[in-house]
Design a protein around this ligand. Structure first.
Ligand code: HEC
Length: 153
């Protein structure tokens, strides 16, 4: 009986050590980087819109950047809205104004997002890598970003 239990435990431990058992997507940039180092040409580890980018936009941006609150400003609720604004240039983070405003000195008048919604360096790295990788974002309703919360009046 004992032996049988060890056998099960042993094979479980062995499985988790197999290199193929690494999660394909991770919203932890340092995990991504070490994974990329091991396999520099791996196309498997990419920033996932659903896992990493949608929560950032939802928690920090679409509360304001939606068609009702800021009708004349970039709309980050859908891929179509965001692309129309020209703020995201797939494959070209340097030309993507969404990033230049986020990275601006927080004291700058136009820095984004406004103070209480600022992003961490990890979140900025995720956005940058996602844009570098082509800003994969499902079109239409599938990719809709709802604001995570509605501010109190
Ligand atoms: C509290 C409301 C609010 C939040 C949250 C917010 N923004 Fe903004 N954003 C604004 C306003 C207002 C403007 C227009 C500012 C101006 O023109 O002076 C703006 C402008 C911008 C612009 C420039 C638009 C242009 O026409 O040049 C970008 C890009 C932008 N925001 C990105 C973001 C991103 C990305 C986030 C989330 C990470 C974010 N914003 C979160 C209110 C917000």
């Amino acid at each position: 009986m004992m032996n049988f239990r060890f056998l099960i435990l042993g094979s479980f431990a062995g499985l988790t050590l197999l290199p193929g058992c690494r999660p394909i997507e991770s919203d932890n940039p340092s995990a991504r980087q070490s994974a990329n180092k091991a396999e520099p040409h791996s196309k498997q580890v990419r920033v996932s819109f659903t896992e990493s980018i949608r929560p950032i936009l939802s928690n920090h941006c679409t509360i304001c950047h939606n068609s009702e609150v800021l009708p004349t400003r970039p709309n980050f609720e859908t891929r179509e809205g965001a692309m129309k604004s020209g703020m995201i240039v797939p494959g070209n983070p340097d030309a993507s104004r969404i990033l230049s405003l986020i990275k601006e000195d927080p004291a700058a008048e136009k820095a984004m997002p406004p103070v209480s919604h600022r992003l961490t360096n990890d979140q900025i790295t995720l956005l940058k890598t996602w844009i570098e990788e082509g800003a994969d974002w499902p079109g239409g309703e599938a990719g809709r970003v709802k604001p995570a919360f509605i501010p109190r009046e």
